[in-house]
Design a protein around this ligand. Structure first.
Ligand SMILES: Nc1ncnc2c1ncn2[C@@H]1O[C@H](COP(=O)(O)OP(=O)(O)O)[C@@H](O)[C@H]1O
Ligand SMILES: [Mg+2]
Length: 290
């Protein structure tokens, strides 16, 4: 059997900002090559903490206390800063949440798309430019020459998000981490962006960790899903199985509450308080705190 692309085992973390509170509780997760995994949970569940741990960008105020992250059998938590720099952007890359702030406002798109190709892949400026044009075409940007000359403020939010997606796939990484990349977009644009990410990941065989609070998004693009609450894995499995036959009462009430995954515009019904009480008992958190 070949080893998985990514294997997170027994990962726990505390937040110094929240007075040493546990923010990840013994999280384990295995990802195969080319798999799209949804990491889902309400705000504060620990989704971004896991994403940041994968990208080597955890803030100082978050401390990993136990566990390991193996990426192609390399322990990401024990690599030197130099080794991490070799992997990040190149083998693991990020599609960020906010297209407004993720691009450098003072540099043309061409410079921002070609930096990595020149510096990390040793391409000439000319080859990098050709590759950037091809990438823009892959994210369905129809006037790529003009876009390469543009500064970020000259482009719409949807356009900037496409460019960030192109940048994330530029170096043919093995894993793309997308942290709520469609939260800031309206539903129609969101659908297009999800299709785009799915199309690129299929074309390139890239694995994706897709962070979202929305089961509707999971239903649209994820092969498998891991549901978190208060830093603990509550349920995981193939998306179709989990949505059709949720096992945990929390998953059941989320699936029942919506937004309905077949109707993402439908309203939210809150999860009953009794379900949160049960979750906290199971996890062992006091009623007041979270
Ligand atoms: N920079 C930080 N330093 C310390 N603790 C943090 C930091 N960012 C988030 N946390 C804490 O980590 C917990 C999980 O947050 P996060 O991973 O951002 O959740 P999610 O992405 O699921 O909304 C929260 O309790 C939050 O207070
Ligand atoms: Mg987050």
């Amino acid at each position: 059997m070949t080893s998985p692309l990514l294997s997170i085992a027994g990962l726990s973390a505390v937040s110094d900002r929240d007075g040493g509170a546990l923010i990840l509780r013994d999280v384990s997760l295995t990802l195969e090559r080319g798999e799209v995994r949804g990491l889902v949970g309400e705000s504060g569940a620990g989704k971004s903490t896991i994403a940041k741990a994968l990208l080597g960008i955890l803030p100082r105020s978050v401390r990993i206390t136990t566990g390991s992250i193996l990426f192609e059998n390399r322990g990401l938590l024990t690599l030197s800063a130099r080794e991490l720099r070799g992997i990040m952007g190149s083998e693991i890359s990020l599609i960020p949440q906010d297209p407004q702030t993720a691009l450098n406002p003072g540099r043309r798109i061409e410079a921002q798309l070609t930096d990595g190709l020149r510096l990390k892949r040793g391409m000439s400026s000319r080859d990098a430019r050709q590759r950037a044009l091809k990438l823009l075409d892959e994210v369905h940007i129809h006037n790529p020459e003009r876009v390469l000359r543009a500064y970020p403020h000259e482009l719409s939010g949807g356009m900037r998000q496409r460019i960030l997606i192109a940048a994330a796939f530029a170096l043919e990484p093995k894993l793309v981490v997308a942290d709520e990349p469609t939260t800031a977009l309206d539903v129609t644009v969101q659908k297009q962006i999800l299709r785009l990410i799915r199309g690129l990941q299929e074309a390139h065989g890239t694995a994706v960790i897709f962070v979202t609070h929305d089961l509707g998004v999971v239903a649209q693009i994820c092969d498998s899903v891991t549901l978190l609450y208060a830093g603990k894995v509550i349920e995981e499995g193939r998306t179709s199985d989990v949505l059709a036959h949720p096992q945990h009462i929390y998953t059941k009430s989320l699936v029942a509450a919506g937004p309905r995954y077949d109707r993402p515009d439908a309203g939210l019904t809150p999860v009953p308080q009794a379900v949160f009480d049960q979750l906290r008992r199971e996890i062992g958190i006091a009623k007041e705190s979270r």
